[in-house]
Structure formats: C-alpha cells, structure tokens
Design a binder for this molecule. Structure first.
Ligand SMILES: Nc1ncnc2c1ncn2[C@@H]1O[C@H](COP(=O)(O)OP(=O)(O)OP(=O)(O)O)[C@@H](O)[C@H]1O
Ligand SMILES: [Mg+2]
Length: 261
C-alpha cells in the first residue's frame, strides 16, 4: 500500500504522516516513511532523537553516492552523466529505523526552476519512481504541497493521495489544485483528512466544500499535538491521537484494498 500526503503548508502533513506510519508499524506492517519534503522534518515527528536526526544525510546531499550512481564527477557541471542510475538498494541501505518505522530522507535540489537536469535531481527522480514499485508493506510519503514532481507512471502507482486540509478556503483551494493535477496524470484516488477541527461547524464546512464521500476522517485541534511539537516528542505518543489515527488508518486500508480488487 502506498499513500502520499500533501496539502497546503502547515496543515499537518508531517504530523499525520508520522502518526499513520507508526500506526501501520504497530499493526505489524513493514513501513517505509519517505520524507519527500525539501524542508525535511518527518524524523522529528517520528520521535527520533536529536543525535539520530543529526546523523541523517538526505540522499541528494550524499555527494559520493550521487557521483557513484550517476558517474558524474565533482564540480564537473555540464558533463555527461547517467540518466538511469541504479537505485534499488538505496531505500534499505540509507534509511534510519525508529519505533519500527524506516525513514528515508530524500533531500532537495536547488532546481532554479523546473526542468532542472543535474545529477542529484536525476537520482531523486529515479528513486521516487523506484519507491512506487518498491515492495514494502506500506510506504507513506510526506510531500511538499503539490504533486508536480511525480511523473505520470509513478503517480499511478501510488494507491491514494491524501490531501490534508484545515477548515478554511485556502487549504481547500490547494486540495482542488491537487485533485486537478492528479486527474491529469491519471490518479483517481484523492482523499481528504480534515485537520485542526475545533467544532461541528468546521466539520459541516468541510463536508459541504469537499463532499462527505471524499473525506477519510477528521482530527481535532488539540493542544497536546502542538505541544508535542514544542517538546520535540512524537504526536503519536498521545493516546487520543492513537485512537483517531487508528480509525483513519483502518479506513485507508479498506479503501485501498477495495480499489485494488
Ligand atoms: N490537530 C492539531 N492540533 C494542534 N496542532 C496541530 C494539529 N495538527 C498539526 N498541528 C501543529 O501544526 C504545525 C504544523 O504541522 P505539520 O508540521 O505537521 O504541518 P505540515 O503540513 O507538514 O507543514 P509544512 O508545510 O511546513 O511541511 C505543527 O506545530 C503541529 O504540531
Ligand atoms: Mg511538513
């Protein structure tokens, strides 16, 4: 099962990705959590220690690896390099494990506009494509807003896109954009998790704007969640969060399995 979480900035993508990863790991699945956001912080939300976080080098910043796999030499900008580098062993070799969740941090490339063709970018693109074919029980991707960086083939292999929204017009606008983009590249499963809910009015608002049938579930605004961020703890340590996430995790599993039949 492969799910990718996206949405407007700050809506709770990383929080929910971390919690779903821990939920599925607790259910006995082999989970690979992928931090595909250039501003990576999924490790923190997974409750990794500071030492562990410090030791994480994003794939795109592993210069030797990038060179080795693409045959590009240091500082040799503009020279030829392999467009189809070998990546199959990267997820298992370069991930960090914590609480039963394997974390892979992709990193970022200073692309300077789209269409960047540099060795780091080529490696990340291949890695992303590989991940959707990768045989792990569950892959959870925490992405930056938008899904432009997924190609047609790779996006089709993601079982469900989950857009996290808040009760507000701006994050719904992002959802609508993601949905259009997803349709364009042939992804049909796009669902919503409504986060930071404060009252029934918030739920009614989201159900009206998005349609009940597209919503996986709601997560209340809770001080314990923002406090976990302040205290550098995993939001999943909170039993109320575990209960909410379990309900959503089950639903995601049901939906994905039903569509796969
Ligand atoms: N349900 C909630 N109740 C209270 N605070 C929340 C809730 N969900 C998320 N937060 C807080 O909102 C902030 C943003 O959450 P998070 O980092 O998960 O969002 P994001 O969508 O990944 O952001 P970014 O776009 O920067 O990657 C964090 O401080 C987090 O603790
Ligand atoms: Mg995030």
């Amino acid at each position: 099962m492969k799910i990718a979480l996206t949405g407007k900035g700050g809506v709770g993508k990383t929080t929910i990705s971390a919690c779903l990863s821990q939920y599925f790991a607790g259910e006995g699945f082999n989970v690979l959590a992928v931090d595909a956001d250039p501003d990576a912080n999924l490790g923190l939300a997974l409750g990794m220690s500071e030492e562990m976080i410090k030791s994480i080098i994003p794939i795109s910043e592993m210069k030797d690896l990038v060179e080795e796999r693409t045959n590009a030499e240091k500082g040799s900008f503009g020279t030829l390099f392999k467009m189809n580098p070998e990546v199959a062993d990267i997820p298992d070799r370069y991930c960090q494990e914590h609480n039963g969740v394997k974390l892979l941090t992709m990193g970022t490339v200073d692309a300077g506009g789209s269409g960047c063709v540099c060795p780091e970018h080529v490696l990340l693109k291949m890695l992303m494509s590989h991940l959707v074919l990768y045989q792990k029980d569950v892959v959870v991707m925490d992405m930056e807003a938008g899904i432009e960086h997924l190609g047609r083939g790779t996006a089709q292999a993601v079982d469900a896109f989950i857009v996290v929204v808040e009760p507000g017009v701006r994050s719904i606008q992002t959802y609508n954009k993601v949905k259009t983009l997803a349709m364009d590249i042939g992804v049909k499963q796009v669902y919503v998790i409504g986060n930071k809910i404060r009252n029934n009015g918030d739920i009614a608002f989201l159900e009206e704007k998005i349609g009940k049938e597209n919503i996986i579930g709601f997560l209340n605004y809770r001080d314990a969640i923002s406090e976990s961020d302040r205290n550098n703890q995993s939001p999943y340590d909170d039993p109320a969060m575990q209960a909410d996430i379990a309900t959503m995790g089950k639903k995601i599993q049901e939906i994905v399995q039903a569509k796969k039949k």
